[in-house]
Design a protein around this ligand. Sequence first.
Ligand code: PCA
Length: 326
Amino acid sequence: MIRRTLLATALATGLCFAAGAQAQTKWDLASAYPTFNFHSQNLAQFAKDIDGATKGALKITVHSGASLFKGPEIKRAVQGGQAQAGEFFMVSFQNEYPIFGADGLPFLAANYDEAFKLYQAQKPFLQKKLDEQGMVLLYAVAWPPQGIYTKKPVQSAADLKGMKWRVYSPTTARIGELVGAQPVTIQEAELSQALATGVIEGLITSSATGADNKLFENLKYYYNVQAWIPKNAVVANKRAFNALDKATQDAVVKAAAAAEERGWKESRAVDAKSLAALKAGGMQVEAPSAQLKADLAKVGETVIKEWTDKAGADGKAVLDAFKGGK
Ligand code: PCA
């Protein structure tokens, strides 16, 4: 019985013993984005830093490209210990807990500095919720600001009417509804195929995702709306984390802080590089027209009001902390 429990614990925490060798812990880290994406590169460096700092006592294998679990399954897999760690796109989980969606609210945080402040306002709530769910927040990194990609030119929200509109969160679906588009949920890993087969005709995402997926092969316009700056969170299973000795835990926390700083810096650089790549690919990269801006601002107000009503005291606390720290 004891042996069975020990074995179960060893499996859940990824603890391995090689004959005669020192105990080595192995973690699988699941992520949904391509290996060359900047979040994935950052994860690879994070794993390398931990390997170095622990002299190989904790080996983390990063499974990018949704190769271990599909994007929407990663959070639950970490929660259940099927993967010891993982990266997930927070705004997709807004229905679970509204604070996960605070960084997907239109025109709340207008730039990276504000997005970082919003993160600081969210952080204690994220940590608490994830802890309740059996996870530890290691770090979070912003995607570049979100803009609109389309096949046809868009001068106002009316031009989005009827468009097959790819969504990745409750808020993007709601925006689609409000402008009369047809929302379809598609994972990033399936974007290119959905575009090539005409399942979608437009979407809102970052310059980075546009460049990663060569969206200019199917779409012609990018309106740099800078609607919001959403984040990926990197989490560990709490039992797996607690099973590490103190020195290894410290190494993970330290590497996570470094990854967070590096990631936010890289996100800015990647935004500039990706906008250039979109243009080089033949995409028309434009600022939104005054009308489109005004239309989206109105939609944004509705979305924020609906979110605030649902998000209750925690939502109010996040918004107050954000505005106070701004
Ligand atoms: N790219 C991811 C999430 C946000 C982003 O910029 C996506 O479109 O799924």
